[in-house]
Design a protein around this ligand. Sequence first.
Ligand code: ZN
Length: 165
Amino acid sequence: MAIRKIVEIGDDKLRKVCKPVEKFDKRLKQLLDDMADTMYHADGVGLEGPQVGILRRVAVIDVGEGLFKMVNPVIVEREGEQSGMEGCLSVPGRRGIVTRPNVVTVEYQDENGEPVTLQVSEFFARAVCHELDHLDGVLYVDKMDREVSDEEYQKYIDEAEEDDE
Ligand code: ZN
């Protein structure tokens, strides 16, 4: 278990196009495990290579449906549209409204190099789009419809808590 340092906006590493993974070895497994530890530690739902300074096409995602480790992921199909709030561990203290597809099909390899096809929707689809953008040097702030103020975010949190009661 190792928590890695999260790279923040302003660092060039977040703006590079990442290279594909070719070797499915122990080092890759270690990297994916460290990324998962780092994501959970930071209370995030996704993290990719460049966010820990590794310019390879790897991502970990857990939106509450279990941990997914994706190597060389590609979105092969997009359907519909959704608008919602996003934040990013590499852009601390900010949030924005971003429009994304509502359903995506993603093809990737697991940590052993086995091919996987996965169709996800709603928040999971949003997370996949956000995370995969990172692999091409794109951040959500580049494509958000608008920034969400702290006040507006607090109101959103309060309302979400009311819904839980
Ligand atoms: Zn992000």
